[in-house]
Write a protein that binds this ligand. Sequence first.
Ligand code: HEC
Ligand code: HEC
Ligand code: HEC
Ligand code: HEC
Ligand code: HEC
Ligand code: HEC
Length: 501
Amino acid sequence: MKGLKTVFKHWLSLAGFLIFTTSFTISLFLFIVANVLGRGGLYMGLLTYIIGPATMASGMALLLIGLWVQRRRTKKGIEPPPPGVKILNLETPRQRRRLLLFTAAAALFVLISSLASFEAFHYTESVQFCGQLCHKIMEPEHVAYQHSSHARISCVECHVGAGADWFVRSKLSGLYQVYAALTKTYPTPIPTPIHNLRPARETCEHCHWPQKFYNHKMRFESYYLGDETNTRWDLQLVMRLGAEHSSRGQEKGIHWHINSDVRIEYISGEDKKNEIPWVRYTNIQTGESHVYRDEDIDFDERLVTEENIRVMDCIDCHNRPSHDYKSPNRIINDAFTSGEVSTDLPEFKLKAMELLTAEYESSTAAKKTIREGLVEFYVEDHPEFYAANAVLVEQAADLLVREFNRFFFPEMKVRWDTHNNQVGHMQFKGCARCHNNTHISDEGRRIGRDCNSCHVITAQGPYDGMETTSVMNPLVFRHPVDIDGAWQEVLCIECHEGSVY
Ligand code: HEC
Ligand code: HEC
Ligand code: HEC
Ligand code: HEC
Ligand code: HEC
Ligand code: HEC
């Protein structure tokens, strides 16, 4: 200690030196533990790569400030110069050794701190950092992500675009988010669309290049009705994603909106999720352009300004590619289809929909109510069935609780109806935000709602009595229950949005 004191006369440099060496040793130790022994975790990463180096840097800064203060005091004659330190004289071997030692130490410091900042950079880019560090806040996005097609790619691959401006933007907004997390000033749910981290079209195109996905896609869906026997109803849809082998052509199809010759712009209305009162289509090749306005929405023309206009991209349709909060209807249909829940359970769909759509204060309360509610229902309304099939009921309750854990987050106020999935038109307005027949241009063109323009139905009906046809000769949609042709008059969401169906 005494030796140190002669080197660092000022208490600041001494403190700086101690802080630096301590945090350096700890960081080095943690680094070795993490990398050589392969141990570690979320908080250790935070300590090793961010807090550790930050403390080291502040120790170093203190040290330098102390030395500087010391020098000024010496210069002003307040204190005598430390003995032995004179003008650098390279002729004496002692001075040469000192200089060499100093240079080596400085080089080592630079090397270690650049390594650390490189690791720190990687660490802030990891799924662990983005998804788990603020577990409660990011839990909905992180959990739903793990059950999406994109579970194996990292958050930043979508949320941070290429180039330095994106890098700065993401780190700045990240800093703010860490602050919001610590001070608990974050909103629930986290608002969507997110402005500074909304994925850009180019980020998707890293993996999905336009030429690749232009192809029709076949979909098979099974639905189940809310009746005594959970009656099954099947549907086969051929999605007209794009004209085959014509990735760059003008042929229409769903991905025509992102064709390089097409630009679709829009302005969203007061209800940001569901209203698009103004749309403009421009053919970049010919310059042809049409503006469509929704006849049913009162729209203030003064809102047509450059800042308000957005160019349509992938995320306007695929807004939930990795945080898709499944709706109760889909959860139950999928559970029947995968065989995880038996369709023998009388009235299961009806009861399960009721339990999943109810509002809950907390996840713990929800899980308890769902489990007990289901068992109680069978005990009271179907006692004979329950007596013989208690195991099936238990399994079904397990499934509901599991799915609730994956897609419902009462603490963050997140569930399917707070985050619309816009690829479709049955439970959310989706395509029908524009394709609803009420968007009309000055020339009288409408953004159409013809069922066959986006997909054709090639099979439909009850499992044991399907009607089928070929793609060339599509079927007219048959609604699974008789609603007197209402589906032709009103949008599907009039009955299906957020509802128990
Ligand atoms: C496949 C691309 C993709 C990946 C991977 C991805 N996201 Fe997202 N994320 C999106 C899109 C698209 C949106 C919606 C943007 C919009 O609607 O404007 C979004 C929205 C969000 C939001 C805003 C709230 C919401 O639900 O809309 C948060 C927070 C978020 N993501 C966090 C994460 C985290 C944490 C990870 C990693 C665990 C992650 N994201 C991985 C594409 C992705
Ligand atoms: C790092 C590569 C990568 C990036 C970036 C990426 N994806 Fe994907 N995406 C994939 C892979 C791989 C699959 C196939 C997964 C499978 O088949 O199970 C996929 C599947 C899909 C699917 C079809 C499966 C589904 O769930 O419907 C859609 C739609 C999709 N991605 C949209 C997007 C959008 C929109 C973005 C940009 C926000 C994006 N992807 C960014 C790799 C990526
Ligand atoms: C007009 C809305 C819309 C836009 C814009 C859009 N898509 Fe799609 N995309 C769809 C629909 C609808 C499907 C079929 C979904 C289905 O059947 O699951 C689809 C399917 C896909 C698939 C899955 C293809 C397959 O064979 O499984 C990928 C990948 C995809 N889109 C990526 C993108 C990317 C990347 C962009 C932006 C460059 C984009 N989409 C823009 C509506 C759109
Ligand atoms: C922001 C508004 C907007 C949204 C949202 C939108 N579209 Fe479009 N779509 C348009 C416009 C505008 C046209 C061109 C209408 C015209 O030709 O006058 C169009 C044309 C189409 C066409 C070509 C129709 C034809 O005449 O052959 C298809 C197919 C299509 N859209 C499918 C979809 C699907 C599927 C979705 C939802 C996943 C969707 N669109 C969402 C604006 C939109
Ligand atoms: C603008 C394009 C478009 C139009 C017009 C359109 N659909 Fe769809 N339809 C879609 C898309 C996109 C999906 C969703 C595919 C998916 O879930 O990935 C879909 C899904 C469906 C489904 C399956 C529902 C589900 O969510 O599982 C049915 C049934 C259906 N459409 C019937 C119709 C009928 C009937 C009409 C005419 C009144 C119609 N569609 C008009 C684009 C369209
Ligand atoms: C007038 C109200 C109404 C309209 C409009 C309507 N539906 Fe339905 N739909 C119902 C009712 C009621 C049921 C039966 C629900 C049940 O038994 O659980 C149903 C059931 C369904 C089912 C099977 C149940 C399931 O798993 O989802 C599908 C699929 C469906 N409707 C698709 C559509 C489509 C696609 C449209 C728009 C083209 C549409 N419906 C428009 C009232 C409506």
